[in-house]
Design a protein around this ligand. Sequence first.
Ligand code: ADP
Length: 771
Amino acid sequence: MTSSPASPPPPPLAEPYSAKRGSANLLNCDAEPVQTPGCIQSHGALLVLRRADLVVLQVSDNSAAQLGQRPEEILGRSVAAIVGAERAALLERVVARERLEKSPRHVFTLPDLPAADRRGPLDALVHAVDGVVVLELERTERSLERLDLYALVKATIGRLQAATSLRSFCQIAAEELRDLTGMDRVMVYRFHEDFSGEVFAEAQRADLAPYLGLRYPADDIPRPARAIFEKIWIRPVPDATAPLSELVPLVNPDTGRALDMTYCALRGTSVMYTEYLANMGVAASLTLAVHREGKLWGLVACHHGAPFPMPYQVRAACELLAQVVSLQLATVEQREHLEYRLQISETVRRLVDRAAREGGLSILVSGSPSLLDMVRCDGAAVFHQGQWSTVGRAPTDEELDALAVWLRGRATPERRLEVIAVDHLAREYPAGEALTATASGLLAAPLARDGRHFVVWFRGEARRTVSWGGDPREKQIVEGPRGPRLSPRRSFEIWNEQVKGASEPWAAIEIATAAELQASLMEVVVSRAERLAALNADLARSNAELDTFAHVASHDLKEPLRGINKYASRLAAQLAGSLDDEARARLDGMLRLTVRMDGLLDALLLFSRVGRVDVVQERMELDVILAEALEMVDARREETRAVIRVPRPLPVASCDPTRTREIFANLINNALKYNDKPERWVEIGWLDPEAGEPVTFYVRDNGIGIKARYFQTIFGMFKRLHGRDEFGGGSGAGLTIVKKLVEVHGGRIWVDSIPGEGSTFFFTLTPESQP
Ligand code: ADP
């Protein structure tokens, strides 16, 4: 029933524990060693046999009454001395051949033992644990022999299958189990997230008050008890009022270890539990485990006011039913939510489609359907690229920011992508007190491991009344034989609690759908990133092709151009005397155009070279590079008599020296050129970078300036803002080449300017960190 590995054998106890003597000081139910009580319920007898030779190592101290022999007559002898040679041989075969761990098996029925006080045959159940064989002997119930339990169970299964809702399914289970066992009250008890529980369905004797709908605190079924129900299907306590029988000796003499009684039908009850039952007026109880997909979902608790025999045949039938109920539970739940489930998955499909088509996550909160339509909620939000977008009723951006910090802090590294469902936010997140109206409940799905992308749904407060079966805060300490210990509460009077600050809980299917959406969106987001990378690769490829094209074209065009120039010059010389003025002017114009075109082709060639020659990155003193650049523009500098200012030395930087010199030379040349002031100046400098960011260099002038609307245009190929020959002329390729020179470094160039006052060109030589 569970895939958990067999639990390790309990360690030897400093002082052997016996539930009967209450050796532990139990101030916390979670500390009680319920697996190793050292005692059995006295309606049967128990023998612990050494696996190798089936010699009795321990026996319950009621052996005289149940088996007709005192412990000292039994201990150290072969089991044959009690059950006879033939049955001992059968037992030996079963032990040798079968896997007896975790599942007690009926081996034989012992006839009436005349020496025993109690009369009647005994059923023998056997299982193996921790190197020993455990033989449990219980009085059999002859009346059951004619009862067709198989037919009964089959009919019950048929009825269970017809149930359409979880509630009716559990109700049928309760009624059938009451019919099968004949006990006073059968409750299907369902665990909540915090392990408190609720009576979800109930069938009881008509004269008993119903417990249906009542809540019980988690302490009522403490952790060790729940842990046992993870492993076993059934727990019979036919007479909680009877005294317990201790094992003699208390620990295994071979190993010094206490017997692990997890799988014993006779396992001794905890004092807390029998008192609890007594306070409720219950003398016998039969508890079944209900599992949903491998996890303890709840229990079926059958109570009876008087001691109630539970022969193993009935227990086997009940166990089978518990397994059937467990197997069908998830199916019934799914069937019940079918419509909601269909609606949700259709919405998820449409949301993901839109996100993939339109890109970005903002569509999740705008248009239809939105996150609001996906699960029942009051509002939703998306956190993407540092921004919140919300729909419906949601906390403010500041509140959301704080919430995101909390959400991030809550996730451990392995659980960064876990969907978080909370239905009482303020309990876990104190600042949530202020958010009860919008966000008492929260369902959050992180979309990336870095915690920078989230989808969150919100539910406002849903005040409700919870009826507890007794005040859950009531805890009594009583004086036990070995000091103070907890005692279960005495009153089961209904105690109503007003629950504030909580929302409707998130259903399992809603949490599952959030995870489904999360997976799909992550795929969309990831595949977008992949598409972008592919586009970038394409772009790089076509840029490279363009470079090659420009190179080939300009190179190949230069040749015929030279020819045109040559023929035109010759023609001009030959026809010098015979041409009229107009024809002469046309020929001159043609010659000028070829020269100009040659200049353009040179620029194109240069431009293509920028991308085609590998970038060399070296640590360079930029002051040296600047000095060389200034040399290159010396002629124009003299001509304009401009002042060059360098307020502080340039830093050392990693760059391609030739290309960087080109950048400075070009920008300084333009700064000198596009200037009509009587006293011209050019300033070259750099800005202190922020941590981790690259240095920004600048070239500033007090020239004619550039209108803002041309800030981009000027970087385009052959783009000039002036007449061809104004400001010393030019091809309009200079800044395009500079931009490319900057970009092959991974840097960026931009301009700022006030027309009439001057311009500043800024650039970087290394990539900036991503925003
Ligand atoms: P060119 O100088 O060959 O025309 P550029 O690409 O270097 O080509 O410059 C493009 C245009 O940008 C220039 O024609 C000019 O109008 C404008 N420009 C460039 N630098 C400056 C500057 N420092 N001040 C004002 N305008 C400028």
